[in-house]
Design a protein around this ligand. Structure first.
Ligand SMILES: NC(=O)c1ccc[n+]([C@@H]2O[C@H](COP(=O)([O-])OP(=O)(O)OC[C@H]3O[C@@H](n4cnc5c(N)ncnc54)[C@H](OP(=O)(O)O)[C@@H]3O)[C@@H](O)[C@H]2O)c1
Length: 266
């Protein structure tokens, strides 16, 4: 069977979930070692029906110190993925918004990124071209790579208490649920789509839920973003909802958390 789907960033948490979701269709999975997307596409790639572009510079704080590197990964990388000339699904972020709203951001809300990472993700949307599906998603976690769930499981096993930011609100989204939604999405018109878990919470709420579901006895100390002190600003509120007809709906974030913990054998 000739493969139908090419996945970039195949070593990342979403890349792994996409490979699994589309396995039956035949997947060409390219890690950074196989295609560094800051470079043009390698010669000899097989013809596929879709490119699922999961490669990205995702180090939000690191981007502040190296804006050119972040732009090369996110803007240049997306441009190179679009150059394949195949229908493209690419992934953008809730961090394209400034976080001043107090009700969910929809596709027609004006972006106003506050960080270098957010700016490069917004520019990457333009680089994807008019025919691409641009999935804005948020607070991803899965069973591989470094993410908040895996970090909390590790730290919760080592400490009695942990300080977690309680003044940022978003929708923690399980990569398995997002990957399944991508399958629905490619039957819908291209353009920007907001796809994130149902429900919302703060990082501190999320940490408490992780400890509760995993049966870990670790107290969460609620701190502010300022107290946590990170180089990159984050939106205080970045809940995403879709206003587009037929938009894929994801399960609640807590359901995603349980699915992820099951997958991790916790
Ligand atoms: N994580 C989140 O909370 C979040 C939220 C909203 C949107 N998103 C977006 O969702 C997408 C997937 O993110 P993720 O959570 O799966 O991130 P991830 O786990 O960090 O995976 C990103 C992958 O891209 C690879 N990569 C980085 N630079 C590359 C390059 N120049 N060429 C090829 N591969 C490169 C990374 O390889 P290395 O491991 O070698 O660096 C990694 O395997 C990204 O577009 C991200 O911006 C993520």
């Amino acid at each position: 069977m000739s493969p139908r789907v090419l996945v970039t960033g195949a070593g990342g948490q979403l890349g792994v979930a996409l490979q699994e979701e589309f396995a039956a269709d035949g997947v060409v999975a390219l890690t950074r070692a196989e295609w560094d997307v800051t470079q043009p596409p390698p010669a000899g790639l097989p013809a596929v029906d879709f490119v699922l572009h999961a490669a990205a510079w995702t180090d939000v704080d690191g981007a502040e110190a190296d804006p050119q590197g972040a732009a090369a990964g996110n803007v240049g990388g997306t441009q190179h993925a679009a150059e394949l000339g195949v229908p493209l699904v690419t992934f953008s972020s809730d961090y394209v918004f400034d976080g001043r709203k107090r009700e969910p951001y929809v596709e027609s809300d004006a972006p106003n990124p506050q960080s270098v990472y957010g700016r490069t993700k917004l520019q990457s949307e333009a680089a994807a071209g008019d025919d691409a599906w641009i999935v804005r998603t948020a607070w991803l976690f899965g069973w591989t790579s470094t993410n908040f769930v895996r970090t909390m499981l590790r730290l919760g096993g080592e400490r009695d208490e942990i300080s977690v930011v309680a003044d940022q609100r978003g929708s923690p989204t399980y990569v398995g649920h997002l990957a399944a939604a991508v399958r629905e999405l490619v039957e819908l018109p291209p353009g920007v789509w907001h796809i994130a878990a149902d429900g919302d919470c703060t990082w501190a709420d999320f940490a408490e839920a992780i400890f509760e579901e995993a049966g870990i006895d670790c107290r969460v100390l609620r701190i502010t973003t300022e107290e946590f002190g990170r180089p990159a600003p984050r939106p205080a509120y970045s809940v995403l909802r879709s206003e587009r007809p037929g938009a894929p709906q994801l399960p609640h974030w807590r359901e995603g958390l349980r699915a992820c913990l099951d997958r991790l054998g916790v």
